[in-house]
Design a protein around this ligand. Sequence first.
Ligand SMILES: [Zn+2]
Length: 462
Amino acid sequence: MVLDFSKPVGDPMVEIGRLGLVEFCGKDRFESFEELQLEVKKLFNIYVFKTSGRIGQVFSSNSKFTHNSTGKDLNNRLKQALELYEELVQESYNGYCISCGKKDNLCSVSKTIFPLTTGNSNANFTSNFSNQFLMCKECMSSLFFAPINMQKTTGRMGFMISNNQEINEFWSEENIDEFNANIVKNNFDSIVDSKINIFENFIYNFMEELQEEELFGDITFYLISNVDKGSEVNVIHISENQMRFINKVAPKFFKTSLPTKAKDEWNYLIYKYSSTDNSGKFRTRKENINGKATVIKFNEDVIDNKNYKSTTRYFNPLISNFIQGKSILFFFKKNSCSWNLTTIYLKEIKGMREERLNVIKKVANNLQLFNDDDKTFYKKIVRPIEMTKSQTEFRENLRILMKKFLSKSDEALFSVDEMVLYILPSGESWYETKDILLIALYEKMSLKEEDIEKFNEGDEDE
Ligand SMILES: [Zn+2]
């Protein structure tokens, strides 16, 4: 009987296991169970060859797979685990596999035999997984390989599935390489440790890595736990647009990519928000060192040690908002970012039309007619725009500016069409237009960042 692991399956847990299996075994087809079993044996040998404290990372002591009743004797434990697997292989129920839909020759499994779960209430296996379910032999085998294709983060386990198979392969390769390296080093933690304990940063870090390979696609990231309590699954979806934006602005370590002004700006922002909090104090993080919770300071960890890779281990509101798909225009506005960086963001992420950006930019340029000196210009023109609190007020404000402009110029500040189609088109956020206009206006003024920050005080929270 041939076992085929070459096709993607519907359930994320099974899929991440399938990918891990293919990478671990170096192939996706097996001529017989005996052939696959050799690999399973290799894997189980690694899993059970641990002290129970460490197993806790992957297997709860309640897991049937590693239950205490199997005893402390490792040989015995391995023997029992393999027996358990063989029993499942021999079953032959009729029906459809819950994960891939394959018909008949199924095994009946309970959640508790698999790694990464403890009791029946654990939600790791998607909601359609009841306590006892039917599954084909390929999907069942795949699940045992899931842990080695995940990474520890936030005290839980993170993994991802993309619609681009190359991204999935990149992820698996990275994990299995690290996993194998750990075995060589006699480090028997089954799960690769990302050392990043903020889920959004963990995702951001991986997106940066993907840019080194120029890989793009939609990705869904999952965060799961191996305990019943609080075992809800967190899911964050990253769009290809977000990846294209990162590709344009983020990579900083790559030898092949030339620095650009937009990259400098973006990396400065990332650094700024990772290094210090709102009050300008260096951020801290907690790490368990030799069993002791230790507070580590950004300046000592990153700056003094020149350990820039550690930057993503600190909370960063900009990364958080970006990864969660929230607008980050506020950060651009607050930091007087360039029009260039802003348009990259608006075009890539918001899919904003070039014409709309051009019109808003033109309005900002036209308003320079009133700019004899920055301070007066700010007080008379910019501040009133900043202060607008509603679409009506904003529209009213633009009308006043229009009138003022006509008294000095033969041309209009903007045309009626431009107003209706580009400046305040129906269905689009007026607030966004306001922020974009302000960014364009700030760029024209040589006011310091602190000045703008002062202007914006109490304006809005991060
Ligand atoms: Zn299946």
